[in-house]
Design a protein around this ligand. Structure first.
Ligand code: NAD
Length: 483
């Protein structure tokens, strides 16, 4: 497939242009390891131009649009995304190595976010507040202004939908820094946005490296809010840079999310979800359920069923649409392999593994999915985010112990519990330290309407649903004295 548009350009102020110094980066297909194109390598000067364009849009055509008009443009963009579903999914298959059906699901999710936030734009309003007799008090929800969006490589379309979609609905002008490993669908999205009538400067995209374009965006004093999804280390750097100009930050930093399976669980319903929610997108999902905590009474049965499923799993080129694709890069493959080897060296037991298909190209970044037992709760395999196709199973005896294990990492993004006991369900909901709790299901962060985000080292702030709109606005209180 030749790429459907010129990919080595940035979008600034409605114009597609090369970087100020003309430098570019490679686009790699993770299924083959081959270069398939080039990206603009944006730098601080490009970021500055984009931030200035966004500010000008707020002071100009974009800032003058009513909420209804912003909503209509978002809805129109959502329809354009659906109309281009084949093109967008094909790009994600090549760029992220995402199996074709998972890439298509991301396109549908992006369109749904745009539909949701398009519909929500004119339903976001302030309140009136009873006060002294001779006052009328009301609040206005206003956009922050220029919002910066630093996007990871694992779900570019979904994260654009939930952060950029909400920011635009609320009236902000955006500067997007996509991940250097996966920028193509962001560029395609921006092309569609221009066609859907977003005024020049309302949507800007500066691809490039994290420590160049990303760092410049985090540090730019003209950015009024930053939304970051990615690693803890970089999240801390982004928040520190934003603190220097007192800009609020939303951080979504991943997790080590557990699913708890109690003796009374509906195992037929649970088993497929236990595996799928851990391995979706080859385990490169912030909300992946990488820890399976299983009560002793059903432990052997659950492990036997998981082993059967793992042995049937196949990883291979994204275009073949198997259970798993490649990992995003050689670096990521090396990282996950290293953590896995260290864990096995420290006593972990490989309970079962899937396979990499024979015709997978040698240059692709493949890893057979692995199910591990014999891991202690304080070991790195049970504590660190691997971001690969690996799940660990740990037994527990009591509800108390299950909660202690579930809450026993520095993260707190998602938790799932499988039990038919209603009293226990409500106790768990209160006690599990996570931004989302699923009962008798595990959504892998599904549901555009559902607020999503973490506690602890999983980050702070909420995206998705109406909460994201609140996060992309600031409240102004108006006090009118009756004189
Ligand atoms: P990362 O945090 O390095 O990159 C995420 C985004 O931040 C990219 O757009 C990158 O260009 C940008 N970035 C990098 N350095 C920056 C800097 N100094 N200032 C501003 N922006 C910067 O993540 P990664 O290297 O792609 O992956 C490493 C690990 O991060 C993964 O193994 C995984 O554990 C975690 N991760 C989590 C998520 C998530 O959804 N929560 C997504 C991707 C990665």
């Amino acid at each position: 497939m030749t790429l459907p548009f010129q990919t080595d350009l940035m979008l600034i102020d409605g114009q597609w242009r090369a970087t100020a110094d003309g430098s570019t980066l490679p686009v790699e297909d993770p299924s083959t390891g081959l270069e398939i194109g080039r990206l603009a390598r944006g730098n601080a000067a490009d970021v500055d131009a984009a931030v200035c364009a966004a500010r000008a849009a707020l002071d100009g055509a974009w800032g003058r649009l009513t909420a209804l008009e912003r909503g209509r443009r978002l809805a129109e963009l959502g329809r354009a995304v659906l109309a281009q579903a084949d093109m967008l999914a094909a790009l994600e298959v090549r760029d992220v190595g995402k199996p074709a059906s998972q890439a298509r699901a991301d396109v549908i999710a992006l369109a749904r976010y745009l539909e949701f936030y398009g519909g929500a734009a004119d339903k976001l309003h302030g309140t009136t507040i009873p006060y002294l007799a001779d006052y009328t008090i009301y609040t206005l929800r206003e956009p922050h202004g220029v919002t910066g969006h630093i996007i990871p490589w694992n779900y570019p379309m979904q994260i654009i939908g939930r952060s950029v979609g909400a920011a635009l609905a609320a009236g902000n002008a955006v500067v997007i820094k996509p991940a250097e490993e996966a920028s193509l669908t962001t560029l395609a999205f921006a092309r569609l946005a221009m066609q859907a009538g977003f005024p020049a400067g309302s949507v800007n995209v500066v691809p490039g490296l994290g420590d160049e374009a990303g760092a410049a965006l985090s540090a730019h004093p003209g950015v009024n809010h930053l939304s970051f999804t990615g690693s803890v280390e970089v999240g801390i750097a982004v928040q520190s840079a934003a603190a220097r100009h007192v800009a609020p930050v939303t951080l979504e930093l991943g997790g080590k999310s557990p699913q708890l399976v109690f003796d009374d669980a509906d195992l037929d319903a649970a088993i497929p979800v236990l595996v799928r929610a851990g391995l979706q997108n080859t385990g490169q999902t912030c909300s992946a359920s990488s820890r399976l905590l299983v009560q002793r009474g059903v432990y052997d049965r659950v492990v036997e069923a998981l082993v059967g499923r793992y042995r049937a799993l196949r990883a291979g080129p994204a275009g073949q649409d198997l259970d798993l694709g490649p990992l995003i890069s050689a670096t990521q493959l090396q990282r996950v392999r290293g953590l896995l080897a260290a864990g096995l060296g420290a006593g972990a037991e490989l309970l079962a593994a899937g396979e990499v298909v024979n015709d997978a190209p040698a240059g692709g970044h493949y890893l057979a999915p692995a199910l591990l037992g014999g891991v202690r709760a304080d070991q790195p395999l049970a504590q660190e985010e691997l971001f690969g196709p690996v799940q660990v199973v740990l037994p527990f005896d009591t509800e108390e112990e299950a909660v202690a294990l579930a809450n026993g990492t520095r993260f707190g993004l998602v938790a799932g519990a499988w039990t038919r006991d209603a009293g226990r369900q409500h106790r768990l909901v209160r006690r599990l330290r996570a931004g989302q709790v699923f009962l008798n299901d595990y959504g892998a962060a599904g549901g555009v309407e559902l607020p999503f985000g973490g506690v602890g080292w999983s980050g702070h702030g909420r995206e998705k649903g109406f909460e994201a709109l609140y996060g992309f606005t600031t409240v102004k209180t108006v006090a009118a004295r009756h004189r």
